[in-house]
Design a protein around this ligand. Sequence first.
Ligand SMILES: [Zn+2]
Ligand SMILES: [Zn+2]
Length: 273
Amino acid sequence: MQSGEWSGDRKAVLERDEHTCRRCGTTAQEAHAGLRLYPIGDIELEDGVHESAVVTVCPGCHDSLHSDPDPDLEPTPKQLFEFVRTATEREGVTVSAVAAFASLVSGLRETLEGVDTTDPDAVADIATEYRQARREVLLAIESVDADLEHLHALDSDRLEPAVADALIEFRGTSMKLQSELRGIVALGELVVTGLDRCPGCFDPLEFSNSRCAACGLSQHDIDDWRDSDGSVAFGELHGAINETLQTASDTTEALTEHTTAVATELRGETNSS
Ligand SMILES: [Zn+2]
Ligand SMILES: [Zn+2]
């Protein structure tokens, strides 16, 4: 999908996403070059990608998700702080999206028990809500990844040592948070697998070559989360999700402190220069 072309029903996806960039909120009217579709998650891109794995983005967001960082970039202290501030803001959005996803997943079993799951219409709304929450989470995580890559590409030799050190701390904590958030999503996807549904498209699980027959997502191995009688240990899965959420909340606090530290160092640099 390098060309940005997608063989599926583009119009249906744009309608689903209300003709709005899911990353920054730019509308079709505002995006003069037109909205684009962006693939998310661990999915094979060769064939027609399932609609559950594409999101609508504006050209600007598409570029910043796609573009390689510029190693020759020499941001001013002010620009550098803007980078860090944007990344911190996006981390905040991501933490909220992950918390919403976790809460939705934690209630899924009960929600599904309340409907006639043999009736496709009864499950459709639940599936739509789940897929949307998952797409938002994956897009948010990828957005932060892109920000961090751009920060990582900066040549630290060109920075004041104290600024470079503060940035290293910031990046390390961001990456820790990213990995915790990914962990929560993975656990949530295991819950869905345990409910015998595909964690990508939410269809009832049916595999071909260890991939979902409907959307192509690779199969999640849930064997480590089974009780001795073979049933899925949902209680433990939910416990692990809550524990990781708590850890991520602590890491978020630490990240805020590192952002402040970067700001302080940059301010010092501005004053001394
Ligand atoms: Zn956008
Ligand atoms: Zn699927």
